[in-house]
Design a binder for this molecule. Structure first.
Ligand SMILES: [Mn+2]
Length: 278
């Protein structure tokens, strides 16, 4: 498929997804099915393939037997901050997965997913580097369509006893319908910042984002406000640099990460969650 046609089909698939309601994907009506949750991949297409090939996940996805949800930040290599072709490759693969499995595959946005100057790592604005690479490869029309993908994207997943988001609790949210109506494309919206940049209080990121820190009380209050008090709360975004890929921060709050050599994913089924190393 031509790159621009793939992106157009991707957007069409997002817009016609059965379980997407605004910024929310709501699987409460189909929670008997297994839900595979994948944390930040950071351009590790090899890890995504490993997860999909593990336990026949890809076959099950294609047969509509499971849901697969990526919790954002599939792009931007952590090994080489300027190298963008691995980001292009993994997003093209994600687009194919969505096009072929539109009702069972969902991509939530992370803070890396915008083509903007907001994210800076090691002095490099990776969003702008990625935008430049996409423009060089595919032209200006592709950039406009990519922005349309972001405009139509998701912030949060809910299922029976499960809430998942890229960063942290949406402290500013008053209800699920509030979250449904959040403008995901507005990076500086407070709710978007909380969802995508929220960071567990104990994670040291050598930076100055402390206004996005959250703690046990924030998680509890958030789940209470959206009527999901008993839910597991799963996020990515805040890996401790200790060589692990999964951290349990509260009895029901976990962080997962799939962007390192040591990687894994979570499987939610029957109101229980398992963590599987690949
Ligand atoms: Mn992130």
């Amino acid at each position: 498929m031509k790159d621009i046609d793939r992106l157009k089909s991707f957007i069409a698939a997002i817009k016609s997804s059965k379980y997407q309601k605004g910024a929310l994907v709501d699987l409460r009506s189909v929670s008997e099915k297994e839900i595979v949750l994948i944390g930040d991949l950071h351009a590790r297409k090899d890890n995504l393939l490993k997860i999909l090939n593990y336990n026949a996940n890809l076959k099950k996805l294609k047969r509509n037997e499971i849901f697969v949800i990526i919790l954002g930040d599939a792009v931007h290599s952590e090994k080489n901050l300027l190298e963008m072709d691995s980001s292009v490759a993994i997003m093209e693969f994600i687009m194919e997965l969505k096009i072929q499995n539109k009702d069972n595959f969902y991509y939530l946005l992370g803070n890396h997913d915008y083509l903007s100057d907001m994210f800076i790592k090691g002095g490099i604005r990776q969003g702008l580097e990625y935008r430049k690479r996409l423009r060089d490869l595919f032209g200006e029309e592709y950039i406009a369509l990519y922005e349309e993908f972001i405009y139509n994207s998701l912030l949060m997943l809910i299922a029976n006893s499960l809430v998942a988001v890229h960063g942290g609790p949406v402290k500013s949210a008053s209800s699920l319908s509030y979250i449904q109506d959040i403008k995901v494309s507005d990076e500086s919206n407070i709710s978007v910042l909380e969802a995508e940049w929220g960071r567990w209080k104990d994670v040291d990121i050598f930076g100055k984002e402390s206004f996005f820190y959250y703690d046990e009380v924030d998680v509890k209050n958030f789940l209470d406000k959206i009527g999901m008090s008993e839910a597991f709360f799963i996020a990515g975004h805040s890996p401790n640099r200790d060589g692990n890929w999964h951290w349990q921060l509260m009895p029901r709050h976990h962080i997962i990460f799939a962007g390192h050599d040591n990687a894994g994913y979570a499987v939610f089924k029957d109101k229980d969650i398992k963590f599987i190393q690949i």
